[in-house]
Design a protein around this ligand. Structure first.
Ligand SMILES: [Zn+2]
Length: 256
């Protein structure tokens, strides 16, 4: 296999992140690494500046918003960084379990972030996290016109078949990872995403301070690609070529 694109990971969560970044180009990995707060975006850009195969995305993760870990200072920081941030995410809504209690707050924060993005200029790649919230998220994106003016990317889409159809019709991209393929529902979604909108992800490392390696990264991407090809009834090589094209097109999105 040739170059593999991980379109949703969290490189800065790895305890050996510098070592992993250093080996990634040689392992033929390209990545879009999401951040969860603006301070991480700033430090990642500086820390990993030498690695052109890894791009960083300006994020404000809904878990951090739901848990009250995002202050007015963080929101203003996010807004101040927008001018030079072609990649945004991950941002979104998560209404699972206790996080549902902060629903109104999450919607208010996300609305503010999206309005700031529109104000600073569209044409960006925006990565979304939506758990038990695909419909409210898409309602908001429709209301604000986000889909038309930006390339949206749903990571680990978990909505219903109706929500998937609606998301597909917006022209958004979908990154599929190993964990999505461990459930029947996830497999159904992964099989139904149109080929031209399909991307790979690892969403690894899962937590801050986790151990991670270039070998594990490459292996997970390869295994996910093979499982996905089997599920969709196509050869891994042909799927690899399609996903490569999709990822390159997305990373070359107009303003990025
Ligand atoms: Zn993530």
């Amino acid at each position: 296999m040739d170059m593999l694109y991980d379109m949703h990971c969290h490189l800065d969560f790895a305890d050996e992140a510098d070592q992993v970044a250093q080996g990634s180009a040689q392992a033929r990995i390209e990545a879009l690494s999401c951040t969860v707060v603006p301070t991480s975006y700033v430090s990642d850009q500086d820390r990993f500046a030498a690695y052109e195969n890894i791009r960083f995305s300006l994020g404000m993760h809904p878990w951090w918003v739901a848990d009250g870990r995002v202050s007015e200072v963080d929101l203003a920081h996010f807004e101040s960084l927008l001018a030079d941030a072609p990649f945004i995410g991950e941002i979104g809504l998560d209404f699972a379990g206790d996080r549902k209690k902060s629903k109104e707050h999450q919607i208010a924060v996300l609305t503010r972030l999206l309005q700031a993005i529109h104000g600073a200029g569209d044409g960006r790649v925006i990565t979304f996290h939506a758990v038990h919230a695909a419909t409210p998220l898409m309602d908001l994106l429709d209301d604000l016109g986000t889909f038309e003016c930006n390339q949206c990317l749903f990571h680990w889409f978990q909505g219903s078949p109706e929500e998937l159809s609606r998301a597909v019709a917006t022209g958004a991209a979908f990154s599929v990872g190993k964990r999505m393929l461990t459930t029947e529902r996830g497999e159904r979604i992964a099989a139904a995403i149109p080929e031209a909108q399909l991307l790979l992800e690892t969403d690894e490392p899962a937590h801050e301070g986790s151990s991670w390696s270039v070998a594990a990264w490459r292996q997970q991407l390869e295994e996910t690609l093979i499982s996905l090809a089997r599920l969709r009834g196509v050869s891994p090589l042909s799927l690899e070529a399609v996903i490569l094209r999709n990822a390159q097109a997305l990373l070359a999105h107009p303003s990025t």
